[in-house]
Design a binder for this molecule. Structure first.
Ligand code: HEC
Length: 259
């Protein structure tokens, strides 16, 4: 198998050396290429900018095994066992005068680097499953599985009424800040109402809450406000902002808008 592989390789080298003399240099070290060590860093340095996570020029993505082997808009760019016949190698070597050379910007690959790509494909284009290019996106918090944290111990247990309070108390403790005293009921209902519905409470709501002595009166008040259609409207406003809803044409071109 080794013999046949080498014979094919030299045949390809010879043909290409006629049109491109220094090709032959890269033929010399055309064996024992390691994907993770030799090939992937090279693709990362020279190709990922346009064939990676953010851009897939020509429909080609080279930072993922399946996508890379599937190829681009003109079909497979890698033909395992046939480096010289693979478009990936031909494009970086510039064997076709009509074809722009890859990379289209930046430094061209050296003869050695082209030799590495070709030797890797000649040897079957092995791409171990463990060689996954590090994704920028994978580090983003949105892709991390949420973990339920343990409830922190606090020195202010008397103040803590529920597990969320424990987190607040722990942070206040860290910063050596004492919790503010509890607000009076009138202030409480006003804050809650503005927070949850975006509107001040009605006079009757205030009177009812101030006069309600039950221990769970605050909890019931929260439930009532969460049930209010104004709660939905309040949060829908954020989405409307994101969708750039405006009665005028928006803040950058604030002219009247007719709909
Ligand atoms: C600065 C951007 C850029 C870089 C860097 C770049 N390419 Fe490209 N590549 C392109 C563009 C643009 C096309 C599409 C050309 C077209 O469709 O005519 C392309 C197309 C290709 C194609 C053909 C895909 C198909 O199926 O049509 C191959 C193969 C390719 N590039 C290989 C590489 C390799 C290998 C590297 C790294 C050594 C590389 N490119 C680096 C911009 C780039």
């Amino acid at each position: 198998m080794g013999f046949r592989r080498h014979r094919d390789r030299w045949r390809a080298c010879g043909a290409l050396a006629l049109i491109w003399p220094w090709w032959v240099i890269s033929c010399v070290d055309a064996w024992a290429v390691d994907f993770a060590f030799d090939v992937q860093p090279l693709l990362a340095r020279h190709c990922y900018a346009c064939h990676g996570e953010d851009l897939q020029e020509g429909g080609l993505r080279l930072d993922r095994k399946e996508a890379a082997l599937a190829g681009g808009k003109s079909g497979p760019a890698i033909r395992p066992g046939d480096g010289a016949g693979s478009r990936l190698v031909q494009f970086v070597a510039g064997v076709n005068e009509k074809q722009i050379v890859m990379p289209t910007e930046g430094e061209r690959l050296s003869a050695d680097e082209i030799g590495v790509l070709r030797a890797w494909i000649d040897a079957g284009a092995a791409w171990p499953e463990t060689s996954v290019a590090k994704s920028k996106a994978a580090d983003h918090w949105a892709f991390k599985r949420p973990q339920r944290p343990g409830i922190p111990a606090t020195k202010n247990d008397a103040w803590v009424r529920n597990p969320i309070d424990a987190f607040v108390a722990a942070k206040l403790g860290e910063q050596k800040i004492a919790p503010a005293p509890e607000a009076d009921r009138r202030t409480l209902i006003r804050r809650l109402s503005l927070d949850l519905t975006g509107l001040p409470p009605s006079a009757e709501d205030v009177a009812r809450f101030v006069a309600d002595p039950a221990a769970d009166s605050y909890d019931r008040l929260v439930d009532r406000m969460l049930d209010s259609p104004h709660f939905g409207e309040r949060w829908a406003r954020h989405w409307l902002d994101l969708a750039r809803y405006a009665d005028s044409s928006g803040y950058e071109f604030d002219a009247p808008r007719s709909v």
